[in-house]
Structure formats: structure tokens, C-alpha cells
Design a protein around this ligand. Structure first.
Ligand SMILES: CC(C)(COP(=O)(O)OP(=O)(O)OC[C@H]1O[C@@H](n2cnc3c(N)ncnc32)[C@H](O)[C@@H]1OP(=O)(O)O)[C@@H](O)C(=O)NCCC(=O)NCCS
Length: 168
């Protein structure tokens, strides 16, 4: 679909303040206690695979990708994904996920994981993982841990700790 006035850009440091505000607005202070956030705190996200949407110069949506290990498989954790209320339901969230997934696949990522709502992410290529097979540094709803796999990786066979790629 065409996005009037919306431009999708690779994230850079000049977007940081706007992204912080978007995530604060979308998730509130509770965002810092989520298990996925614990993983993101272990190391930096990958700006080359993270994207923003801009409406006539104003950053109105963001998706970030953090390099991870999922057990022995190298991949990325997608999130946070957030769109400003003024721009919801225009397809911007879906487009950001599509762009980030394509960039991850091109980069050689084997798997993209996220904690999210299956009805939103399933049409974008995400499938459920095996409940209990993957752990994070904190509790999460295992039925919302979803994976998009590239190559021969099967989301139901991945097991182990999800941790930043910097951690062995
Ligand atoms: C979830 C979010 C990123 C969606 O972005 P968006 O640009 O508004 O969504 P899109 O335009 O791509 O898609 C809209 C469709 O997704 C549906 N949708 C939105 N959130 C959904 C959810 N949590 N579960 C299922 N469907 C959802 C909408 O009902 C709409 O359906 P339709 O196309 O049948 O009308 C955005 O609403 C948001 O920032 N929410 C707050 C933060 C959040 O929850 N982030 C996701 C964490 S997993």
C-alpha cells in the first residue's frame, strides 16, 4: 500500500530521543521490567537492522533489532515495535516488521524472535516456538514467543537461553 508522506529510514543516533518518547508513550514505565528488555540491556541493538518511519520529518514509529543467541542459533530479537497513536492502523507497523525481517535475512540472521500477539505477527511470517524450550532472563508468556526462521531452522526445535550475541 502507498504511504503518503511516510518515509522508512535506517535508524541512526539522531532518532534516539524520538524513539524513547515513542516507546514511553506506547509501553509506559512497565517496558523496563519485561524479559525482552532484560536481553536488550545485555548489549546494543543493531542500528543497521533497526528502522524508523518519518512523516514529513517527524519520527512516528520505530522497530529495533538486537543481535542474540537463541540457544546455539545466531539471530535477532525484534522489538520494541511501536507506532504513534496518530499513525496507527495505516500499515506502518507491518511495514516496519517486513523491512526489519528482510534486512535481517540479508544480513545472514538465522532466526528473528519476538514476544508479541500471534494474530498480528503470524501473517508477517512468525510462528509459535515450543513452549518452555527457550528461556529469557525473566518471566514471559511462552505462547507469545514467536519466531521467523530463515534457511533450515525449525522454530519448534530451537531450545536454550536467549541472550545478547555478545554473551557466549
Ligand atoms: C501494535 C502496533 C505496533 C501496530 O502498529 P500499526 O501500524 O497500528 O498496525 P498496522 O497498521 O500495521 O496493522 C493494523 C492491524 O493490526 C491489528 N492489530 C493491531 N494491534 C494488534 C494486536 N496486538 N493483535 C492483533 N492485531 C492487532 C489492527 O486491528 C489492524 O487490523 P486490520 O488491518 O484488520 O484493521 C501499534 O498499535 C502499537 O504501537 N501499539 C502499542 C505498542 C505495542 O503493543 N507494540 C507491539 C508489541 S508486541
Amino acid at each position: 500500500m502507498p504511504f503518503q508522506n511516510i518515509v522508512f529510514l535506517t535508524e541512526d543516533a539522531s532518532h534516539d530521543a524520538a524513539i524513547d518518547l515513542i516507546n514511553e508513550e506506547a509501553f509506559g514505565p512497565g517496558r523496563f521490567v519485561r524479559a525482552a528488555e532484560r536481553v536488550r540491556e545485555q548489549g546494543p541493538h543493531d542500528r543497521q537492522l533497526s528502522f524508523v518511519a518519518s512523516d514529513r520529518g517527524e519520527i512516528i514509529a520505530s522497530v529495533r533489532m538486537t543481535p542474540i543467541w537463541a540457544g546455539a542459533v545466531a539471530g535477532h530479537l525484534l522489538g520494541p515495535l511501536a507506532v504513534r497513536p496518530s499513525h496507527k492502523n495505516l500499515g506502518i507497523g507491518r511495514e516496519l516488521v517486513r523491512i526489519a525481517l528482510a534486512a535481517a535475512e540479508t544480513s545472514g540472521s538465522q532466526i528473528v524472535l519476538l514476544v508479541g500477539d500471534p494474530p498480528y505477527y503470524a501473517p508477517l511470517g512468525f510462528a509459535r516456538t515450543k513452549p518452555g524450550a527457550l528461556t529469557m532472563p525473566g518471566p514471559f508468556d511462552a505462547h507469545r514467543l514467536l519466531a521467523a526462521c530463515f534457511g533450515a531452522v525449525d522454530p519448534m526445535t530451537i531450545e536454550g537461553d536467549i541472550r545478547h550475541l555478545n554473551l557466549k
